[in-house]
Design a protein around this ligand. Sequence first.
Ligand code: NAD
Ligand code: AKB
Length: 301
Amino acid sequence: MGTRILVTGALGQIGTELVEALAEKYGLGNVIATDVRESDNCRSLDVMDAEGILSLVEGEEITEIYHLAALLSATGEKNPELCWKVNVDGLENVIAAAKQHDCRLFAPSSIAVFGPDCPSIAPQVTPLNPATVYGKTKVVGEQLAMTSDVDMRGLRYPGLISYKAPAGGGTTDYAVEIFHAALAEGHYTCFVREDTQLPMMYMDDAIRATLEIMDVPAEKLGNARGGYNIAGCSFTAGELVASIQRHLPDFTCSYVPDIRQKYADSWPDDIDDDVARSEWGWAPKYDLDAMVDAMFTGLRS
Ligand code: NAD
Ligand code: AKB
């Protein structure tokens, strides 16, 4: 039996594209997409259902799990208890099944592990004192990767930008919503300030990084394996607007910061990804303008 894959949270922003990429690599029949939401081509699985995960892993002879089910920062701060349950208890359930059936596991981390005390360019190793519950759950996830006795790997994804599925309740969602508003209305009201700078990444780079890290032999991965820093492109909201105006010169943006400004302010401006570059050859392909061009090509097609 070859590689058999379970994806949790498969209907989300990343899952929508990762399932496609995994199906291309391993064959559609070898990828079992699941989510707590109902949809065609996706089985129902709540990651808080430990027995349900175990029986799916056993019944489908799963060898690799991509665990994407989570609540993101903005949704998580509205319901911190549920965020902890889904993100930490859910992950523990997945780890238990992976351990019992000797599965390899990918579980993403986030730039949300960093807190206000982090340098503006976040190093790989720095104290992790996140300001959000979501960030705290991601720190626990990274720690579990190092202590769980499972081949478990993670990436500290920046804010991800894509056109195939909507962003799922995070702080970096403005960088996705802005494209839809620009095309539909010619205007966007942005919920962070114009000078807010955050690490971001085009989804193609994120999917490639995910496939690449799972292909690296375990012995090549060091102490960052629970959450490698990976940089894509870092820009302010104002710089994003200027890049969009290359395509839509009449596009306007106003700035009305809400509570998400506070979460954005607690995260670094940029990411130092030297460790990922040297340990497994990570390199992004999309800078700001290339990402914006790809977004317009995708949204218009
Ligand atoms: P998303 O919100 O778009 O998707 C998450 C999916 O999980 C949703 O389809 C949701 O229905 C599902 N889900 C929620 N609760 C569940 C439960 N109890 N059981 C099963 N499924 C459940 O999120 P995403 O952007 O695809 O993120 C996937 C992972 O990547 C998360 O761990 C997230 O923290 C991480 N991440 C994402 C970004 C980003 O910018 N998208 C950045 C950093 C890290
Ligand atoms: C969020 O904004 O919550 C996510 C993330 C950076 O983890 N996009």
